[in-house]
Design a protein around this ligand. Structure first.
Ligand code: GAL
Length: 848
């Protein structure tokens, strides 16, 4: 009996368990209008966060902030080189824990778009391909090539199976609703000839055969075969149409800013333009849009591609590199998402019905016929003139380059050019003066000198010059090219008392030349992948001389047709010429000696444990090829942490053995032309339109994840290539130091009050709210307050002609000593300093 009862119980339990496991399974399909999730079309907002560009302890916060910002979906690439550094040896630990990341997104109630690639571009080293792939006999990347297809299929299937085993597809109850195969192949297909087409057909069939139960997409692939959805990438995608009337209009990469490269200025993209692009897309039948990036993060280690992509991958994204909200970008897009969501029901019920409202003016209605539900978008896509349009019997003001969203076809909930969100100023706050604990500063350095030229037993000789990537397999950034030459004194380049000039040509990415152990000069390319040409006068002595060229890569190429074959290193010619005649002695085909990597790499100096470290008062500074080490206590608090590398040249840095990336503050962006003081958001944006930091280092601050630190006894190791002074480096924390808000009394009521009746909404009028983001912060001063016609932006407000004289005291009263405060933006609060004029309230408050 007992046994029988147990059997019944087990059966019941099994059924319950099965229900639990299957009841959350979600059916994801699509039609011409949208992704269809469990039978309902959805309007979705998505954002890219690449899991290895932050640390697992940051993930929950980034995901929560994404959710609070109004995202439904988080998109990530899968990085093959991280997961399979050696063929058939897999790694999913720490920052590489893809399953954990996907589960965290799912736990937060968000969906995942898994872009497997496995080619990913992404400003990632070699576009995400592991280097061993290049050495498979007969392989040709990204084309109809058997060895390549075998590997691509093996890795793609491996990831799909891993997700299936963990039940992470929506079809199994998990968060993954979408997957991508390949990446923007359509942009480069022409370089691959007729085999491009068969490759794409194969990739589509291969992906589909993996049977994930959710749709696959291909981005920038106009000929993506059914059932794969072809999607759009770009700064704008409202003009895009999918290749079949059965597929929805989807935008997989809306570049929220742009990446920065060493030696270049830092790009940014005004939020008014991002919001305009997004609203236009949804206005014109779009139903899925993804910010690339929502959080860009950091290229730790040697993961950045390029060449020359910087260690910061901040991207001017709504969440900054350190995970702080970038305001007003984050908040304005959050308001936009709320406005769009208010339209979702009408949007999924009909196709857009659009009419012209004049030149560059367009009105669109979405309607749910049965219920009379109606939502509208009104656009002014002219870059110059504001306009007033008549729509549905009402009149609406539309600033140039803006879209208004009317969830009820009548009231404006949101206009892309009118920012109601707070703004903030985030800064790196130096810890050197702040810290009570001197152990938390960077001092007491010890050092080891890296030998010039060949020092390893693994060196080898070759006749002629070798290509670098084929030689190092990217095991290191560095390759020594070393040559001994015997000088008799009668060489043509020394005749008539002239001195010799060393001429070196390299494919890049940078090069340091030493003659007889003495540094003679450097050359470097740029992110445009220009070649490096070096001409330096050198001193040669009678007898034996040594020429040592340290060639280095700065992130392997990640984009373009056949990008993998670009090559790097000193491929020549190398010659000696005379300073005052044209005579040339070619050295290219001599017998050269080679060493892959540095002695310090061979000795694993980056972990700091070697017994070779020297300390004392004679710390060498501003000399090339030095390893530096110090120990420190974790700076206090929980604010994100960075090292200010001012004073250093170029190199790589490790904290407790983990590489925080390449640093290169010595490479400054050119001062000419590119940067303007302000950037007009109106009109088409491209990655060169809005640039800052001309004439400055592309990157001064380098992220040190808090989770890599212990309370005390942390080890920082630097390898400095060109010369620097580590005593000038210091810690800084990333903090919001000011919060600002500027709200007009005539602004549409903030979206938050939409739910209340429209009469109540009118009465409520706009409210200004300020909050210091960190729970320990309080508003310590009101730096500026004006109700009237103030000018400027956060950090540079000034009073206009009209200004009430009580704004400062009202704000001080309401805000000082509190973490947050709000005041009504109306003459009932401030009185009326200029009747008949539309007034605004602008406030900047300090948070400490
Ligand atoms: C796209 C590519 C992305 C990224 C982006 C620029 O072309 O698909 O992976 O490289 O450009 O940030």
């Amino acid at each position: 009996m007992a046994g029988n009862r147990g059997g019944v119980l087990a059966a019941v339990l099994a059924v319950v368990l099965l229900r639990c496991l299957t009841s959350f399974a979600v059916n994801v399909t699509y039609d011409h209008r949208a992704l269809v999730i469990d039978g309902s079309r959805r309007v979705l907002v998505s954002g890219s966060i690449h899991y290895p560009r932050s640390t697992p302890d940051m993930w929950p916060d980034l995901i929560q902030k994404s959710k609070d910002g109004g995202l439904d979906v988080i998109e990530t690439y899968v990085f093959w080189d991280l997961h399979e550094p050696t063929r058939n040896q897999f790694d999913f630990e720490g920052r590489k824990d893809l399953v954990k990341f996907v589960k965290l997104v799912g736990d937060a109630g968000l969906y995942v778009h898994l872009r497997i690639g496995p080619y990913v571009c992404a400003e990632w080293n070699y576009g995400g391909f592991p280097l061993w792939l290049h050495f498979i006999p007969g392989i040709e990347f990204r084309t109809d090539n058997e060895p390549f297809k075998v590997e691509m299929q093996r890795f793609t299937a491996f990831i799909v199976n891993m997700m299936k085993q963990e039940k992470l597809y929506a079809s199994q109850g998990g968060p993954i609703i979408l997957s991508q195969i390949e990446n923007e192949y359509g942009n480069v297909a022409s370089s691959y000839g007729p085999r491009a087409k068969s490759y794409i057909n194969w990739a589509a069939a291969m992906a589909t055969s993996l049977d994930t139960g959710v749709p696959w997409i291909m981005c920038q692939q106009a000929d993506a075969p059914d059932p794969i959805i072809n999607t759009c990438n770009g700064f704008y995608c409202d003009n895009f149409t999918p290749n079949s009337a059965k597929k929805p209009k989807m935008w997989t990469e809306n570049w929220s800013g742009w990446f920065s490269a060493f030696g270049g200025p830092v790009p940014y993209r005004p939020v008014e333009d991002v919001a305009f692009a997004v609203a236009r897309f949804y206005q014109r039948n779009g139903t899925f849009q993804n910010y690339y990036m929502y959080h860009g993060g950091t290229n730790f280690g040697r993961s950045s591609g390029g060449p020359f992509v910087s260690t910061s991958y901040d991207y001017d994204a709504p969440l900054d590199e350190y995970g702080l909200l970038r305001q007003p970008k984050y908040g304005h897009l959050k308001d936009l998402h709320k406005a769009i969501k208010l339209c979702e029901e009408a949007m999924v019920s009909s196709d857009a019905s659009t009419t012209s409202l004049g030149s560059n003016l367009e009105g669109t209605i979405y309607k749910k016929t049965e219920s009379g539900l109606c939502s509208a978008f009104l656009a002014n896509f002219g870059a110059v003139s504001d306009a007033t349009v008549n729509f549905n019997g009402n009149s609406y003001h539309l600033p140039a380059w803006s879209v208004s969203i009317l969830p009820d076809c009548k009231n404006v909930a949101f206009n892309t050019a009118k920012i109601n969100s707070v703004a903030t100023i985030s800064s790196f706050v130096s810890q050197s003066s702040k810290s009570d604990n001197s152990e938390a500063s960077l001092s007491d350095w010890s050092w080891i000198t890296e030998p010039v030229g060949i020092s390893s037993d693994n060196a080898f000789t070759r006749v002629g010059l070798v290509e670098q990537i084929n030689t190092t397999a990217d095991q290191s950034d560095y390759l020594w090219y070393s040559l001994s030459i015997d000088i008799k004194g009668d060489e043509p380049f020394l005749e008539n008392g002239s001195h010799a000039v060393l001429h070196v040509q390299s494919l890049g990415h940078a090069l340091h030349a030493f003659v007889n152990g003495i540094f003679s000069g450097s050359g470097r390319g740029n992110s445009g992948n220009s070649k490096v040409v070096l001409d330096v006068p050198i001193n040669l002595l009678p007898g034996a001389n040594k020429i040592d060229l340290l060639s280095l890569t700065v992130g392997l190429q990640n984009y373009g047709g056949h990008y993998d074959l670009r090559g790097a290193g000193v491929t020549g010619p190398v010659h000696l010429k005379s300073s005052n005649s044209s005579s040339i002695t070619d050295l290219s085909s001599q017998q050269w000696k080679y060493q892959i990597g540095l002695k310090g790499e061979e000795l694993s100096l980056s972990d700091g444990v070697s017994s070779l470290w020297t300390s004392g008062s004679s710390l060498p500074t501003n000399q090339p090829l030095i390893w530096y080490k110090t120990t420190f206590d974790a700076p206090e608090g929980d604010n994100p942490l960075a090292i200010d590398f001012t004073g250093m040249g170029k190199g790589e840095a490790w904290v407790n053995g983990e590489s925080i990336g390449r640093y290169w503050p010595a490479y400054t962006a050119s001062t000419t032309g590119a940067c303007t003081n302000s950037c007009n958001y109106k009109g088409h944006y491209d990655d060169r339109k809005c640039l800052k930091d001309c004439g400055k280092p592309s990157q001064t601050f380098y992220h040190v994840p808090r989770s890599w630190l212990k309370p005390s006894g942390n080890v920082l190791v630097l390898f400095e290539e060109t010369g620097g002074d580590p005593t000038r480096t210091s810690f800084a924390t990333r903090e919001v130091v000011s919060v600002c808000s500027r709200i007009s009394e005539s602004h549409p009521t903030p979206i938050d009050t939409w739910a209340i009746s429209s009469d109540a909404r009118k009465q409520a009028g706009p409210t200004m709210s300020l909050e210091c983001p960190h729970p320990d912060q309080l508003i310590s001063s009101i730096k500026f307050a004006s109700f009237g016609t103030p000018h400027g932006t956060c950090g540079s407000y000034s009073h206009g002609k009209c200004s009430s004289n009580n704004a400062l005291s009202i704000l001080q009263e309401a805000c000082l000593g509190s973490r947050s405060c709000s005041v009504g933006v109306s003459i009932s609060t401030f009185g009326d300093p200029c009747a008949g004029v539309t007034k605004s309230l602008a406030v900047e408050a300090s948070c400490t």
